[in-house]
Design a protein around this ligand. Structure first.
Ligand SMILES: Cc1cc2nc3c(=O)[nH]c(=O)nc-3n(C[C@H](O)[C@H](O)[C@H](O)COP(=O)(O)OP(=O)(O)OC[C@H]3O[C@@H](n4cnc5c(N)ncnc54)[C@H](O)[C@@H]3O)c2cc1C
Length: 547
């Protein structure tokens, strides 16, 4: 008798199956097809299909293993020596290596796809998001460090860029900013740098969140002795975590963080006690220099929301065809399918936003982009996709019923991991205030409105005209408001949704004209059925906000 027959209740629910994201995901494929010239698209499509296959066959099982065995801090060895070993599951190390091999860091720096490399890299980040056990985190930071070193320090770039961009045996970099006194507000950073007289400096202080403590190098903010207070007194330093003899470079691991999500990723509290480091681009301008890292890291963080949502949406659609309710597949239930459609529209808007952001970062790097547009779109993309994805992933989790709540389906992890995107690399408030600062320059608002217009004009189609009028009006409304910090979240959210709608309109017009496909138009119409710009907060908000 088979094991199944011996069960009291022989019913077994068919599990949802993970598909090759590139071939299964019409939204992602068509979005890339619109953005890339045909010859580049053809090459990228071949590479992305192979990468997507590895996501399913290799990375998903490795990610499950890495998450099941979270990193461990071993402070002392058996003989009492302080060793501060960070043990990670070999599966996690392999995930980092696979992603490096696929070009997660290398693509934009090799310029594998010319001016379009950032877009292709972004697709890779999206496809890998839910099957990487957050191995993308050190790779995103490494990419940011490469960009920063290339921009600010030729010697350090010559030393580290080849190592960080290698596809085999590549190094990784951390970015150490957050201290106990603040991660958003770095003005009270207490790490002090003392000159050693040979061009290097010794750092002393505590870094409160350092991710991927398995990194080879890090860029860290510190205050040189005698420098003024506040964030203006900070400089950026590069350091190797290990000395040539393999010992820590003046570092002590206080402990690993016990986190809600990103559990495969080692995030430590570190004491720096005489850590030898080299100033990046000389002393001074630390915040401006770390901003180069953050610009890239935020663009990459913006890929996580659509990445996670697309992953769960594919599984949810598959499950809807396998799960029976009242004798019929869930897929036959209009209420269920209507719900998935609303999430699908949100997903398509996120994909458009994230890929456009990657495109803008790429254009800036090739010297042909509009600096002011990228300045405002990057924080908008990061803050909006993070918030949208927490909602969409939560709803998609519910679409599996009780199974969605079970750890061994792998579904709760996707929601937990996406939640962090609204915190690291700048919280929603911090990014909204950043957008308000950017809007103080009227040319930024003008660049934003111009690009909304350009998107609406890119692929005109009669079916998109009504939506275009709504989007145009929203763009004027939201950018005509006072850049009032108190309304920062609403203005930023309104700008982000307006921009997403404009990009969706471009996609819808293109798909109707080039492919005769009306599905992006359905997504657009579903998306703009909700108001694009929320109202400003109530004048007496404080009376209940801080009751
Ligand atoms: C898993 C994980 C990994 C991380 N890895 C790293 C890392 O590798 N390197 C690193 O440097 N950091 C890292 N961080 C830290 C992260 O960047 C910070 O937690 C984040 O920037 C917020 O800083 P904070 O924790 O000090 O919160 P706070 O800044 O104290 O924020 C508390 C609240 O205040 C709000 N707030 C802050 N400033 C303002 C303001 N001016 N106006 C209005 N509201 C405001 C925030 O939005 C938030 O809601 C990591 C965090 C997590 C969760």
């Amino acid at each position: 008798m088979s094991a199944e027959r011996s069960e009291v209740d022989p019913f077994v629910q068919e599990a949802p199956r993970l598909a090759n994201r590139w071939t299964a995901d019409r939204v992602l494929r068509q979005a890339v097809r619109r953005l890339l010239p045909p010859d580049v698209f053809q090459k990228a499509a071949e590479d992305l299909e192979l990468a997507a296959e590895r996501c399913v066959t290799e990375m998903a099982p490795l990610a499950a293993r890495a998450e099941a065995t979270p990193p461990r801090h071993v402070p002392y060895d058996a003989w009492g020596n302080r060793v501060d070993r960070i043990e990670v599951d070999p599966a996690w190390t392999e995930l980092v290596a696979i992603l490096q091999g696929l070009g997660a860091v290398a693509i934009p720096h090799e310029r594998t796809y010319g001016d379009h490399s950032r877009v292709v890299q972004a697709v890779l980040f999206q496809m890998a998001q839910a099957v990487s056990a957050t191995a993308l985190c050190p790779l995103g930071m490494s990419d940011g460090a490469v960009t920063c070193l290339r921009e600010h320090d030729a010697d350090l770039a010559a030393a580290y860029v080849p190592l960080l961009t290698r596809r085999v045996n590549g190094w990784t970099s951390g970015q150490w900013m957050t201290e106990k006194a603040g991660g958003s507000d770095l003005s009270r950073s207490g790490t002090v740098a003392t000159p050693l007289g040979d061009g290097t400096w010794a750092l002393r202080g505590t870094k409160w969140f350092t991710s991927a403590t398995t990194a080879d190098i890090a860029v860290a903010l510190a205050r040189p002795e005698g420098a003024g207070p506040g964030s203006r007194g900070l400089s950026l330093f590069a350091l190797e975590l290990r000395r040539p003899d393999g010992g820590w470079n003046g570092l002590r691991v206080r402990r690993l963080k016990d986190k809600y999500g990103t559990r495969g990723l080692p995030t430590a509290e570190l004491d720096l006690d005489g850590t030898v480091a080299t100033p990046v681009g000389g002393i001074g301008g630390g915040i401006a220099k770390i901003s180069t890292v953050l610009h890239v890291a935020r663009m990459e963080a913006a890929q996580a929301g659509p990445g996670a949502t697309g992953h769960l949406l594919q599984l949810a659609r598959d499950y809807a065809r396998r799960r029976l309710v009242r004798g019929a597949p869930l897929a036959d239930s209009p209420v269920h399918v209507g719900w998935l459609a609303e999430i699908a529209a949100e997903y398509e808007a996120m994909v458009q936003m994230a890929l456009r952001t990657a495109q803008l970062v790429g254009l800036r790097e090739s010297g042909s982009g509009d600096e002011r547009l990228a300045r405002v779109v990057v924080p908008l993309a990061k803050l909006s996709t993070a918030r949208q994805a927490v909602r969409t992933c939560s709803e998609l989790l519910e679409s599996f019923g009780g199974a969605g709540y079970l750890e061994d389906t792998g579904i709760p992890r996707v929601l937990r991991d996406v939640q962090v995107q609204s915190i690291w690399e700048g919280t929603t408030n911090v990014l909204a205030l950043d957008v308000m600062r950017a809007l103080a320059d009227p040319e930024v608002a003008a660049a934003f409105r111009d690009d909304v217009e350009a998107q609406l004009a890119a692929h005109p189609h009669p079916r998109v005209e009504a939506a275009a009028r709504i989007i145009r009006a929203a763009a004027w409304d939201v950018t005509s408001r006072e850049p009032d910090p108190a309304a920062g979240r609403e203005v930023a959210w309104g700008m982000a949704r307006t921009y997403q709608a404009a990009l969706l309109a471009a996609q819808a017009g293109w798909a109707l004209t080039a492919l005769g496909d009306g599905r992006s138009a359905v997504a657009l119409e579903t998306f703009i059925a909700h108001p694009l710009v929320p109202p400003a907060p109530h004048a007496e908000a404080r009376s209940i906000g801080l009751e």
